[in-house]
Design a binder for this molecule. Structure first.
Ligand code: CDM
Ligand code: ATP
Length: 326
């Protein structure tokens, strides 16, 4: 094994907060030779977040899942906690993989402990694992004092997963390629959401495979132009009309009860509802913060089968950012 030079750790603890995402538009194009699909997606970072703390530890990368695993910073109390049973604490965890990738690129010998507090639903279509990978890159960069150029960090992020670059970036962005090529979309409007979290997750590869089964492997991606235009419109009704997810049919095919969740959200007063990414979280657009709280109360009271938590959030928010450094 290659010997790495010792790196001075200039900080003793760093903490990073990283947001979840919703795809306001998720256009899925043909299956490529590398088994990914070409996308035309509009990412939107929302205020549900994970918190990752990094401190010096024994040789290697150790991960401890912090409890309670509910994001206390999220607005609105969940009816039940965010379940973390599916989250690996070994090298399968994307945050652990991210730190090894960064250490390898920077020729640092890693000796760190990650503490992870999940507020993003697991396997929920909100890019929770990708968020943690992005948070780990930002935290490792700070702890090891690397000042990695943004482009380099983006490349490492893209190697870890298609959603990871956006989690670094945050805000709103058009994603092309397999989702890793980002064009920022700027606008001044805050959007308000209600999220119906499912008790049981969905596998992203399974949802893409079901999409291929339903419509073939060479369908064109739907056009994100309407959502991009609606982002510049202060009226949330314009965005409500434009929301679109090409993976939604597959999520409903794999999880038919999601149709009842979508119906319940609009019955509770939402302007529109959409499955978030590869699901099964459903995102409902509200007019403003009060409206989102009202919809959330009604959805909780409706006790829709399969829904384990109802949360409110707003967007867009920043990507992975340092909150504490000593
Ligand atoms: C559904 C989305 O969340 C929408 O933003 C993403 O496309 C998924 O991104 P991700 O979880 O970071 O996915 P990756 O870890 O890169 O890939 C996991 C699997 O999802 C499928 N996948 C992912 C991205 C993409 N553009 N086409 C795909 O077909 C592939 O089967 C791939 O093996
Ligand atoms: N840090 C992590 N947090 C959550 N899950 C992780 C993490 N690292 C690896 N995983 C694994 O990845 C799987 C998918 O989890 P994740 O929460 O990222 O799904 P997702 O939000 O649906 O992903 P995406 O929206 O990017 O497709 C989990 O079931 C778990 O086995």
């Amino acid at each position: 094994m290659e010997e790495y030079p010792l790196t001075v750790q200039s900080r003793s603890v760093v903490r990073v907060r990283v947001p979840a995402k919703i795809n306001l538009h998720l256009g899925v194009g043909p299956l490529r030779d590398d088994n990914f699909h070409d996308l035309a997606t509009v990412f939107h970072a929302v205020s549900l977040s994970d918190e990752l703390t990094l401190e010096p530890g024994p040789p290697g990368v150790r991960l401890i899942l912090d409890e309670p695993a509910v994001d206390l910073s999220a607005e609105g109390a969940p009816t039940d906690g965010i379940r973390t049973d599916g989250v690996p604490t070994d090298a399968r965890n994307l945050a652990v993989r991210a730190l090894y990738a960064l250490a390898d690129a920077a020729k640092v010998e890693p000796a760190v402990t990650i503490r992870l507090r999940k507020g993003i639903p697991v396997a929920g279509g909100m890019a929770g694992g990708s968020a943690d990978a992005a948070a780990a890159l930002v935290a490792g960069d700070a702890l090891w004092n690397l000042a990695t150029p943004a482009e380099r960090l983006h490349t490492i992020a893209a190697d870890l997963g298609s959603d990871v670059p956006f989690a670094l970036h945050g805000g709103d962005a058009l994603g092309t390629g397999r989702g890793e090529r980002l064009t920022p979309l700027t606008h001044p409007y805050r959007r308000h959401w209600v999220l119906a979290v499912a008790g049981k997750g969905l596998s992203t590869p399974a949802v893409y495979a079901e999409t291929d089964r339903l419509r073939g492997t060479d369908a064109d991606a739907s056009d994100p132009a309407a959502v991009i235009k609606a982002l510049d419109d202060p009226d949330p009704a314009a965005l409500a009309d434009a929301l679109c997810n090409d993976l939604q049919a597959a999520t409903l095919s794999l999880r038919p009860e999601l149709a009842d969740v979508l119906t319940a959200g609009t019955a509770a007063g939402a302007l529109a509802g959409i499955v978030s990414g590869s699901g099964p979280t459903c995102a409902f657009l509200a007019v403003d913060a009060d409206h989102s709280a009202q919809i959330a109360d009604r959805l909780r009271a409706a006790a829709v089968p399969g829904v384990s938590a109802v949360l409110v959030a707003h967007g867009s928010v920043d990507g992975a950012r340092l909150t504490v450094e000593d």
